[in-house]
Design a protein around this ligand. Structure first.
Ligand code: IPM
Ligand code: MN
Length: 368
């Protein structure tokens, strides 16, 4: 039987609990589609750091590189100063493994859980492609005269032609793929027949960040015009993007943006799809090791209470399968998640679902 080897980092807080449910669902779906999941746990996270003083062991990246995919729970520990684990584990893995795409689908499964008035699943269904290796996240910059009245703090946004272009190309490809067999949702059938296109929106700030987004915008139009004429190009400033997310989320199909803006708008995206309990993402290296995670964080106050929503981790598991070429199994998980959300859950929030963490995992596993 075909076996997929997956590295599993439960991480901090509720991370291990939600990852357990995701694996339960992966193990339930696998035999139905003729494959097996072999998981290898790694104990990276705050507890290990507090115990050993080491954020990541020397061999970590080399060990993880042997796997096509990693399932990650959460990183962030209340007893560890903010930044140490995030930079030392999460960002380090994203950077060293060149996971240059952060893929975040924003999809509402049940209108009861949308905070927006009069918005239903057909209105909230888009994908954000966040650049994941550059921008303000590289750590470029520093202090001068630290601790004095003359102190200077510089934090630079790095945007390379190569980094911007590969991100934009990936986004164009996603836009194209979403369009296949599935007309862009904003269009009527007649419009589709008339040749209307998939749509990619560049989210930037060309009116102020006139170097960084000048580069983004030039490359966007250059490669778009030459290589992706079937994808309609659109542009929105980041501030306006947040406004449209709330007012007209149905206008979006695929959005591409830099690392920092992508971080910010996808939290808002998570809220309009029903909250952190359901939002998943993938850190993608298209030719290497990719890492999938619920985007909600470690939620320490719910640790060990069987209260946290595992659906985001389960959806991350579905994205992982899709990435490994098991599209049908991934779709089966999504269908089971939708059924669970619509037919069973009272809320998507921790402690309010009407079921515990394990029970939600059982429900999905029984429906795949
Ligand atoms: C995310 C998180 C991380 C980020 C943090 C934990 C470093 O907020 O995955 O969105 O800023 O990318
Ligand atoms: Mn974030």
């Amino acid at each position: 039987m075909k076996t997929h080897h997956v590295a599993v980092i439960g991480g901090d807080g509720t991370g291990p609990e939600v990852v357990r449910e995701a694996i339960k669902v992966l193990d339930a779906v696998a035999p139905k589609f003729g494959f097996k999941i072999e998981d290898t746990p790694f104990d990276f996270g705050g507890d290990r750091y507090l115990r050993t003083g080491e954020v990541l062991p020397e061999s970590a990246v080399a060990d993880l590189r042997k796997f096509p995919a990693i399932l990650l729970g959460a990183i962030g520990h209340p007893d560890v100063k903010p930044g140490i684990l995030e930079k030392g584990i999460l960002l380090r893995l994203r950077f060293e493994m060149e996971q240059y795409i952060n893929l975040r689908p924003v999809k509402l499964y049940d209108e009861r859980f949308c905070p927006l008035k009069d918005k239903a699943p057909e209105h909230v269904d888009f994908t954000v492609i966040r650049e994941n290796n550059e921008g303000l996240y590289t750590g470029s910059g520093g202090f001068v005269f630290k601790g004095t009245p003359h102190e200077i703090a510089v934090q630079e946004s790095i945007n390379t032609r190569r980094g911007v272009e590969r991100c934009l190309r990936y986004a164009f490809e996603v836009a194209r793929k979403r369009r296949e067999g599935r007309p862009w949702k904003g269009l009527t059938p007649d419009e589709v027949k008339a040749g209307k296109k998939a749509q990619l929106t560049l989210c930037g700030k060309t009116n102020v960040l006139t170097y960084a987004f000048d580069l983004w915008e030039r490359v966007f139009h250059e490669i778009g015009e030459r290589d992706y004429p079937d994808v309609k190009r659109d542009y929105a400033h980041v501030d306006a993007t947040t406004m449209w997310f709330v007012k007209n989320p149905e206008w979006f199909d695929v959005i591409v943006t830099d690392n920092m803006f992508g971080d910010i708008i996808t939290d808002l995206g998570a809220m309009i799809q029903g909250g952190m309990g359901i939002a998943a993402g993938g850190n993608i290296n298209p030719t290497g090791t990719s890492m999938f995670e619920p985007i909600g964080g470690s939620a320490p106050k719910y640790t060990g209470k069987n209260a946290i929503n595992p659906l985001a981790a389960i959806c991350a598991g579905a994205m992982l399968l899709d990435h490994l070429g098991e599209a049908k199994a991934a779709a089966a998980i999504e269908t089971a998640v939708i059924k669970t959300v619509r037919e069973k859950l009272k809320s998507l929030a921790a402690g309010k679902m009407g079921y515990g963490t394990r029970e939600v995992g059982d429900l999905v596993a029984s429906m795949v």
